[in-house]
Design a binder for this molecule. Sequence first.
Ligand SMILES: [Mg+2]
Length: 230
Amino acid sequence: MDSIPALLDVVDEYLSEGYVRIKLKIEPGWDVAPVQAVRERFGDIALQVDANTAYTLNDSKQLAKLDDFDLLLIEQPLEEEDVRAHAVLAERVNTPICLDESITSARSAADAIALGACQIVNIKPGRVGGYLEARRIHDVCVAYGIPVWCGGMLETGLGRAANVALAAMPGFTLPGDVSASDRFYSEDITEPFVLREGGLDVPTGHGLGVSPTPERLDSFTFATSEFFPA
Ligand SMILES: [Mg+2]
């Protein structure tokens, strides 16, 4: 959002829709003030921030100011390849560090955890090469006692269904970024996912558990290819 009043309006809107956790995107020049404003206006809500690699270790003091606001976590404050710097930062701030962009595999998750670079991990299947690797990262984190949550990358209802199933695994103890379909789409290619008491129902069908609605798929299709078994 471009201003704090606009930000407060949007947060208010999502809270009244039933979302149980708010995540603010931060960057240098837009961090303490918006966090403080949201905390003061909405009180004791579950609140976290995501910096998408926007800071350096020179910003440690500024990031430590966020400790006053009882955030669930600071997500990916530093450059994705600089895992070691996150370990240094973790010594300088009290808010738990969560890695997102840095975690590309179960092996990188194990290394980051062993270095003390993160206390929480965001698992995005689209970032790590799919659901099998996502599950391995979950298992590594559970073994280390590291909570995880499910990120999102603008999935349609198909990917969203798989993310909801993933997010139902036992190590996913923090609210994820798996939103209702209308957060990003006015119309989706599946039946939309709808928020119910701050959650989404896990599909119970085979495979992804949902199918594209043929008419909707048709209306968004601009090219088709057919593949035949050899
Ligand atoms: Mg992120």
